[in-house]
Design a protein around this ligand. Structure first.
Ligand SMILES: [Zn+2]
Length: 428
């Protein structure tokens, strides 16, 4: 009964069609789960391939706002890096909305880099995400797609993945939301135990073997939705770190930092060849005296290896769908001619009254786009409602403004229902 009730509310909220129900996941059955659309969670890619002949994929991803400065820095780092197949190296960005320069997001996308979601508000802390309802997550990520599509002039079909801030897994919520949004994969889920050998990407059709060091494990079966696991590094003191910039080095010299990176890389390269992630915040490159230098040296070292390929997260999934030895991809990642009339817009952030400068492609928004108002329309001037998403999300915005404790209480009543029997929607 309750599931039906939730379904009615959600239909009203998202104007979608209920097509099926998420079931509780069963243990993985290899006789029923096979590529390209189903894969059991496993530390082995394929038993018929010699592991040391599997190309080593390296995924470099940057989290948070993309500013003009970060853009220049990253472009500079990767401009000379070409993979052994002759294709230019591409990286991933999990973009958070605030302070992001959308003309630079457009430019990165046009150059073939991958743009992923990292939410509109980024939340205040991990508790925000721990207690976030599926409805709030739908706003944070669904409306972020609207923002990116409109202000960075990017086709929403090219947005494939999401990373929840603080790597906070709150049961099924973020995965269900990502699936509803038509995304291909999640990149929020870290593992501390399946690091040596590392866990390969897999789908959520069946129950996962992955540990949940941050938050509550999901239990739903979400057919065809991929997990790009964040395989933790181990720092010089034996601590696990999800982001490489959180790893602590004993010797803060270029050589010391380089060696820490190398040690973690070799676990993958000499092991099962599970994709190696270099997950960081661009700001780390400017911290300390040696980070940037060590990072450059490490990229150069990787690039000299004949079987190391810099790949975006969705390229990693593509490879896992069709695993092989030798050259991993049939084609270079698609690039597009830039199409962005860049404009610097003075706008007010209505929730705080702050003045902001926002760089966008095309038309300036009337106010700073935010949760509940992704198009940045000045609410008072609007004579009629523009889109159903804006209309539908109004109550949820109010909910987001509640203190964290209140959000938590709101969540308590719905968590168990939404966890097990969340109505699934098709993207329309
Ligand atoms: Zn972040």
């Amino acid at each position: 009964m309750k599931a039906v009730g939730i379904g009615i509310v959600l239909v009203a909220l998202w104007s979608c069609v209920v097509s099926e129900i998420y079931e509780e996941a069963d243990p993985c059955d290899t006789s029923k789960c096979f590529l390209p659309n189903c894969r059991c969670s496993d530390i082995r890619l394929n038993l018929t391939l010699n592991e040391l002949e599997i190309p080593q994929l390296v995924s470099v991803t940057f989290d948070d706002a993309i500013t003009a400065l970060i853009y220049t820095e990253v472009i500079d780092l990767f401009k000379k890096i070409v993979n052994p197949d002759g294709c230019k190296a591409k990286v991933g960005f999990y973009v958070s909305h605030e302070y992001t320069d959308y003309s630079k997001v457009h430019s990165l996308w046009a150059q073939g880099h991958e743009i992923g979601l990292h939410s509109i508000t980024h939340g205040t802390d991990s508790d925000y995400w721990k207690h976030a309802t599926a409805e709030l997550m739908m706003e944070e990520f669904g409306q972020q797609i609207d923002i990116i599509e409109r202000f960075a002039n990017i086709n929403r079909k090219d947005i494939k993945g999401l990373k929840v801030p603080y790597f906070e897994i709150s049961g099924d919520n973020s995965f269900v939301v990502a699936d509803k949004l038509g995304l291909l994969y999640d990149a929020s889920w870290s593992t501390q135990y399946l690091t040596d050998p590392g866990l390969w990407p897999y789908t959520m059709d069946y129950r996962s073997i992955q540990d949940c060091p941050i938050g509550t494990c999901p239990t739903a079966s979400i057919p065809g939705f991929w997990i790009n696991p964040l395989v933790d590094w181990t720092d010089d003191f034996g601590n696990k770190c999800v982001m490489m910039d959180a790893c602590v080095v004993e010797d803060d010299s270029v050589e010391g930092i380089f060696q820490m990176m190398m040690k973690n890389f070799m676990v993958h390269y000499k092991g099962n060849r599970a994709p190696f992630g270099l997950y960081l915040h661009a700001a780390w490159l400017e911290k300390g005296d040696h980070n940037l230098e060590a990072f450059k040296l490490f990229l150069q070292f990787l690039n000299e290896k004949p079987d190391v390929y810099f790949s975006t997260p969705s390229q990693v999934i593509d490879f896992v769908k069709n695993p092989k030895t030798g050259i991993p991809f049939d084609n270079c990642r698609k690039t597009t001619r830039e199409s962005c009339r860049s404009r610097l817009c003075p706008v007010k952030k209505e929730s705080t009254g702050e003045d902001r400068w926002m760089t966008v492609c095309g038309q300036c928004p009337e106010v700073y786009p935010w949760l509940g108002n992704p198009t940045g329309k000045a609410q008072k001037k609007t004579t009629r409602r523009t889109r159903s998403t804006t209309k539908a999300t109004t109550p949820l915005v109010k909910q987001n403004k509640l203190p964290v404790e209140d959000v938590s209480q709101t969540q308590e009543g719905t968590a168990s229902n939404s966890r097990l029997l969340f109505p699934k929607f098709t993207r329309n």
